[in-house]
Design a protein around this ligand. Structure first.
Ligand code: RIB
Length: 405
């Protein structure tokens, strides 16, 4: 994450105090995404310069300080341009508050490097097979979903944790080329960037994936708190399960507490999913995940409906079961809606679910109904499976033609 320098934090603190008169160390720590110890050091310096007066657990402006002679707006504009207090959060110059922009989406998730082998069919145990082609590319369910959402016009903040290995630069380059508005990239000094070994079979473009999540699994509570100013300013919060479970849960709690709609794509399946469900507004499992969650083997529309009812009974308001070539089943307010699959020339299904989830959240952020958003996302995913590579997201401009085909 881009951190503010001490001088920049001082400017923000003075700006906030110019309208709030008094702030606690905790409020400043949350707003600036730094520890209360850092806040205390900043305040000591500001007090030495006679700009503020520290009071018990907080701070006020120094009596008699003429704040109007300081030009903070130019400084703040520069901060917004260069730092992660960036486009998803605005500083309201009248209120001195961080305020919500429209259509904010926060995606917490993984970045992985995908190492892909294309094969005529999947190998048997013990078999060595010729691969027709192989590639190394960007992936990770979180990064893929954030990219798809950005491609579909959502205002995205994406948070992930990577290593300090040779793949970390690759991650940064990829994420900076995606059009995601704001990235919070944390580095782990102990674990490598996540990797996924993927077989793609030429038979219907199916895939088999083995993920080593690496640094994604080292996300800490402190990392999440550092992103709190962004999470609390979001309207839609989307995550998956390739990140450390406790960090996901904490981020969801913060998002929920501050009024965000929480969407969980429960992939890959995790046996602690029930712990998250009280925090989830919308769940988007595929058939396998829906089966594992409910014990109902989802093989057709009827069993998918039973699984949707069972998930809803666990406290999830909206259930979206993606069924590959059989479309998407929606269950909300006691009503089922089926979105039919669209014809496509499938070459690689890797990342199809990510394309769907990213496009879905982008459409929901634009105010579309669940049915409208799912119909659009279903078309977007049908375009994604016609391309090789999980992070090879299609342009949104192609969707209209697919829907009208
Ligand atoms: O959903 C596809 C993704 O799953 C791949 O990009 C791979 O990294 C795994 O996380």
């Amino acid at each position: 994450m881009n951190k503010l320098s001490q001088n920049e934090r001082r400017a923000v603190i003075l700006k906030l105090l110019s309208t709030h008169k008094q702030l606690s160390n905790l409020q400043l720590s949350n707003l600036l995404a730094v520890t209360t110890k850092t806040v205390r050091c900043d305040l000591v310096k500001l007090e030495e310069d006679a700009l503020v007066k520290r009071i018990h657990g907080g701070v006020t402006l120094s009596a008699g300080l003429d704040i109007t002679k300081y030009s903070f707006d130019a400084m703040l504009a520069e901060l917004i341009q260069h730092h992660s207090l960036s486009s998803s959060v605005e500083i309201d110059s009248n209120q001195g508050k961080l305020k919500k922009m429209k259509h904010n989406v926060f995606v917490l998730g993984s970045f992985n490097v995908d190492i892909v082998a294309n094969l005529a069919r999947f190998p048997q145990p013990g078999e060595t097979m010729h691969s027709s082609s192989s590639s190394i590319g960007a992936g990770g369910k979180g990064a893929n979903q954030a990219y798809a959402a950005a491609k579909n016009g959502a205002n995205i903040t994406f948070m992930a944790k990577i290593g300090t290995d040779q793949f970390s630069q690759f991650a940064r380059q990829h994420l900076s080329s995606t059009g995601i508005d704001n990235t919070i990239i944390i580095e782990s000094s102990t674990s490598p960037t996540g990797t996924a070994l993927i077989y793609v079979s030429e038979q219907a473009g199916e895939n088999m994936i083995a993920v080593n999540e690496g640094a994604n699994m080292t996300m800490t509570a402190e990392d999440i708190y550092s992103a709190k100013p962004h999470i609390i300013n979001t309207e839609l919060f989307l995550t998956q399960l390739e990140t450390n479970f406790d960090a996901i849960k904490l981020a969801m709690e913060i998002a929920k507490e501050h009024g965000a709609k929480v969407i969980l794509n429960p992939a890959p399946y995790h046996n602690r999913i029930p712990e998250l469900l009280p925090l989830v507004d919308m769940l988007t499992p595929n058939e396998t995940e829906a089966s594992l969650m409910t014990g109902i083997e989802v093989t057709d529309l009827d069993s998918a409906k039973q699984a949707a009812i069972a998930i809803n009974a666990l406290g999830v308001t909206s259930v979206v079961i993606t069924r590959g070539g059989d479309g998407v089943l929606l269950y909300e307010n006691g009503q089922f809606t089926q979105v039919d699959a669209l014809k496509s020339a499938v070459v690689d299904t890797t990342g199809a679910g990510d394309a769907f989830n990213g496009a879905l959240v982008a459409e929901l952020a634009k105010g579309k109904t669940l049915h409208q958003a799912a119909k659009y996302a279903n078309a977007y995913a049908s375009l994604a499976v016609e391309r090789f590579g999980a992070a090879n997201m299609p342009d949104a401009s192609l969707v209209a033609a697919r829907l009208n085909a």
